[in-house]
Design a protein around this ligand. Structure first.
Ligand code: IPM
Ligand code: MG
Length: 355
């Protein structure tokens, strides 16, 4: 029996609806396995800005520190899209990543057989795609120094990485590769950037010394942008820095045909992991019971596996999702114009399937 404290950060837009369904599934898992999960909700993002003036209130960060796992919906929306604003909903997300030291962002991209026809790529190019992107999340240009000239007409952000920052992300990625097909691709821009040359040399050394069975290749980011669409089946684990990872994972997330099925995990050392769908807050469909909760439910499965040490329960949730999909249940985003169920009905179906 596992006792776990789970912090829910519903956030903005469709966040509250999809997080509610993930909670429903976790409750079903708890009942099924005799576990005790307690849930607490806290503010983040635009709603936190509205209510407290801070996209990441101190009380939220503190509650997250005490948690065993954190499940986040989404942040942001047009209401807060003021380019002159000093703080934005996204600051909540960046703040929690940095505040908890969640340096490793895992974004698995898998194309389920039932969806190959929904992919923008030809079926033979995407069938069987199974890539685990590991994006460094608390360093690089996202958190480098910003310089602004006195008159404000010249601005720069610096991309910085230290050897320890590179070593720890490579270890996560190489260990994942060793558990999978044993292939690691490191993406950089070493033909231009000094920071990438340090990245490449460090990756090379760590893999050689600590993961001799892992087969390593280096790919330049511009070439990788091509390979993601031209030969995505050739990759197993891909590790890269913060900005390149941001861009490549958005590109790769188009492969499965819908963002609605893609989970993610952000992990640190000795801190609770944060689990969230790859999709955003989708303000256009918020509050209408239209959103697909499966990405958040699959994120909850990752929480069971990576933070709560309940791998069998994680499998159970993943199989339950496969079962409801095989039974033909679809939310509108994946229904291809056919009959569709709402957010709640999809969540209930998965919860029933784990019970
Ligand atoms: C992501 C998002 C965030 C990022 C934004 C919302 C700050 O695009 O999680 O990929 O750039 O990291
Ligand atoms: Mg992004």
């Amino acid at each position: 029996m596992t006792d776990a404290r789970i912090v829910l950060l519903p956030g903005d837009g469709i966040g509250p609806e999809v997080v509610r369904e993930a909670r429903r599934v976790l409750e079903a898992i708890a009942t099924h396995g005799g576990h005790r999960f307690t849930f607490e909700e806290h503010l983040i993002g635009g709603i936190a800005l509205d209510e407290t003036g801070d996209a990441l209130p101190a009380s939220t960060l503190e509650a997250c520190r005490q948690a065993d796992a954190i499940i986040l919906g989404a942040v942001g929306g047009p209401r807060w899209d003021d380019p002159t604003a000093k703080t934005r909903p996204e600051d909540g997300l960046l703040g929690i990543r940095k505040g908890l030291g969640l340096f490793a962002n895992l974004r698995p991209i898998t194309v389920r057989d039932a969806f190959v026809d929904a992919s923008p790529l030809r079926p033979e190019r995407v069938a069987g795609v199974d890539i685990l992107f590991i994006r460094e999340l608390t360093g690089g240009i996202y958190f480098g120094d910003t310089i602004v000239s006195d008159d404000g007409t010249v601005v720069g952000d610096s991309m910085t990485y230290s050897v320890p920052e590179i070593e720890r992300i490579v270890r996560v990625a190489a260990a994942a590769a060793a558990r999978r097909k044993g292939r690691l691709t490191s993406v950089d821009k070493a033909n231009v950037l000094a920071v990438s040359r340090l990245w490449r040399a460090t990756v090379e050394r760590v893999v050689e010394e600590e993961f001799p069975t892992v087969e390593l290749e280096h790919v330049l980011v511009d070439a990788m942008a091509m390979y993601v669409v031209s030969r995505p089946r050739d990759f197993d684990v891909v590790v890269t820095g913060n900005l390149f990872g941001d861009i490549l994972t958005d590109e790769a997330s188009t492969l499965p045909g819908s963002l609605g099925l893609l989970p993610s995990a952000s992990l640190g050392s000795e801190v609770p992991g944060l689990y969230e769908p790859v999709h955003g807050s989708a303000p256009d469909i918020a509050g209408r019971d239209l959103a697909n909760p499966l990405a958040t439910i699959l994120s909850a499965a990752m929480a069971l596996r990576h933070s709560l040490d309940l791998p069998r329960e994680a499998d159970l949730v993943e199989r339950a999702v496969d079962r409801v999909l095989s039974a033909g249940l679809r939310t509108a985003d994946i229904a291809a114009g056919g009959p569709a169920v709402g957010t709640t009905e999809m969540g209930r179906a998965v919860a029933d399937a784990v019970a």
